[in-house]
Design a protein around this ligand. Structure first.
Ligand code: UTP
Length: 297
């Protein structure tokens, strides 16, 4: 079985209801942390992991995403004319090679598993990555790159995993693992959004996967799962039932849940504090802000 992972699916067909009214006309993935859209972080992470083919599963109203990755000749010419080389570099860093991106539509939002299945013909018979752009992971080495390196040893399928507080387990896919102490763990069972008090652990799956093409076959046959949706977790869990290897990988890095308002705001603050040009002034502002209530006491 070929183990080199060169294709990644970016499921971006969800409705993004938690960010209404903004997502009435803007795809969630175009929303920015400081000045870079969420999707740009996801693409950069994939590139760092050696991905060369980028497959977007989109839906109605996501046209801004396609435009974002298109060339912008008028803007480019204006920046060149005005000698704005730094801005030109920033603009060029978003360019994608012709033919490297494909867009497929998910006609009905039937769930993440269904969105991945929509890309099956573009994947064919090779392992592939799935990246959910609303999980943003900051770290020295890209999360997907860490996983690709581990995957070269394991093969099979792999999910990114992290510990979550027990009261949050019902919002995630949760892993049941044999030896819970290692970075790389073999998975015995997976459950999507377990009812409170029934989670087998507090090791949660977050939005990075490397999957065997067999998972696409499983997606053909599984029933709707939690929330009435076709769940990717169920299709991966079926791999375990069929005796094929599934691993969890505890990545190094900090994950922000940018699909939620609180996570998005935390990421905005964290990323702004990383920016040299913003750091001092912004840190001072935050410090003034937090000292206000103390002064009022
Ligand atoms: P979410 O559960 O975050 O749903 O999907 P959502 O629609 O994006 O946002 P909310 O909950 O309404 O605010 C997780 C990922 O799966 C994709 C989403 O685009 C997101 O990247 N997805 C989900 C699909 O592509 N299709 C679906 O049918 C469901």
């Amino acid at each position: 079985m070929k183990r080199k992972v060169t294709k990644a699916i970016f499921p971006v067909a969800g409705l993004g209801t938690r960010f209404l009214p903004a997502t009435k006309s803007i795809p969630k993935e175009i929303m920015t942390l400081v000045d870079r859209p969420l999707i740009q972080y996801a693409i950069d992470e994939a590139r760092a992991a050696g991905i060369t083919e980028f497959i977007f599963v989109t839906s109605r109203g996501k046209g801004a995403l396609e435009d974002y990755f298109d060339n912008a000749p008028v803007l480019e010419a204006a920046l060149r004319r005005d000698g704005k080389d730094k801005l030109l570099d920033i603009l060029n860093s978003t360019n994608m090679e012709s033919g490297a991106i494909a867009y497929i539509r998910q006609h009905k939002a039937l769930g993440l598993g269904h969105a991945v299945w929509c890309a099956r013909r573009l994947i064919g018979d090779e392992p592939f990555a799935v990246i959910l752009p609303d999980d943003v992971i900051a770290g020295e080495k890209s999360c997907l790159q860490q996983m690709v390196e581990a995957y070269e040893e394991t093969g099979g399928s792999m999910v990114a995993a992290m510990e979550v507080p027990p009261e949050k387990t019902s919002s995630y896919g949760i892993l049941d693992v044999a030896d819970d102490s290692e970075r790389l763990v073999s998975v015995n069972k997976m459950v999507e959004k377990p009812a409170e008090g029934t989670a087998p652990s507090n090791l949660a799956v977050i939005g990075r996967y490397i999957l065997s093409p067999d998972v696409l076959e499983n997606l053909e046959t599984i029933d709707r799962g939690a929330g009435g949706e076709i769940q990717l977790t169920d299709a991966i869990a079926k791999e375990i039932e069929l005796g094929r290897g599934v691993h969890g990988y505890r990545f190094e890095g900090q994950r922000f849940d940018c699909g939620s308002k609180a996570g998005f705001l935390q990421a905005t603050v964290a990323f702004a504090l990383q920016r040299e040009e913003l750091r001092d002034e912004f840190a001072q502002y935050l410090s003034d802000l937090t000292s206000l209530p103390r002064a009022a006491q």
